[in-house]
Design a protein around this ligand. Structure first.
Ligand code: HPA
Length: 257
């Protein structure tokens, strides 16, 4: 069955600072087994404003899974198994572009993948299977414009577009690495968009990201001398509050998935 024939079911993948979605009601947990192993945690199914939703904590409920150790294939496959037809992935990032700073929301439209060694396809060596997935535009324009439309309605300033640089982590970058990424055209840096985005594409699930800037990237602005990630708790909490409101409005707005 193609994505279009299923009834709409939106999933939120929560990253650092969004390990659960308190606005979800009537929640129930669902353990999903996949041929790729276990997802980061059981899926949480529930409703927002009467609309069915699914939530998955990317790093596990206790935030114990490092970016490179996340079982991205199991996560995306599990979401497909419960009938998800669109994914909004929330992730914290550092800002590289001078117009972006802590507390800002970004809806990226491109990715540069600097991560390595992560399993980034569902395809094996099956004969006759088209394994070269088109990824020219890695994010769903339909979901991106829904996100930016709802942000406008709420009066939230968002950066509509931007290049997401995906690094391996868990360490943060050096100042020279960030300069190189800026030269490559990157606007924000995070650790989890890949291979999540391409796996969703392989399974034909529209996928968009909502990024929350929590720090200037290494060597930039107040991060010239370094980044105290543990001191960012308040910024993360406030920015994630905005992300929660946006998601609630997105689902409540009844815009078709
Ligand atoms: N670099 C990589 N990932 C991040 C950062 C950063 O500066 N901030 C939040 N996630």
């Amino acid at each position: 069955m193609s994505t279009n024939e299923r009834s709409p079911l939106l999933a939120i993948i929560g990253g650092s600072g969004l390990n659960h979605l308190s606005i979800l009601e009537d929640t129930r947990r669902q353990f999903v087994r996949t041929p790729y192993g276990e997802p980061s945690c059981p899926l949480t199914l529930g409703t927002i404003c009467g609309h069915e939703m699914v939530f998955l904590a990317r790093h596990g409920h206790g935030h114990t899974i490092m970016p490179a150790d996340i079982n991205y294939r199991a996560n995306i496959y599990a979401l497909r198994e419960v009938g998800v037809t669109g994914i909004i992935a929330v992730g914290s990032v550092g800002s590289i572009h001078p117009s972006m700073g802590p507390g800002d929301l970004v809806i990226p439209d491109q990715i540069i993948d600097y991560s390595w060694g992560r399993i980034s396809t569902f395809f094996g060596c099956e004969q006759g299977v088209e394994m070269h997935t088109d990824f020219t535009h890695p994010f769903s324009e339909m979901l991106r414009s829904r996100l930016s439309g709802v942000a406008d309605l709420l009066g939230f300033h968002v950066h509509d577009g931007g290049v997401y640089a995906c690094t391996q982590g868990p360490r943060l970058e050096t100042a020279a690495e960030i300069r190189r990424m800026a030269g490559d055209g990157a606007d924000v840096v995070g650790m989890t968009a890949m291979p999540e985005a391409v796996l969703a594409r392989e399974l034909n699930i529209p996928y968009a990201m909502l990024n929350v800037v929590v720090n200037h990237a290494a060597g930039i602005g107040e991060s010239t001398q370094g980044i105290q990630f543990s001191a960012l708790g308040d910024v993360i909490e406030q920015a994630m509050c905005k992300a929660r409101l946006l998601i609630e409005a997105l689902v409540g707005c009844k815009v078709p998935t």
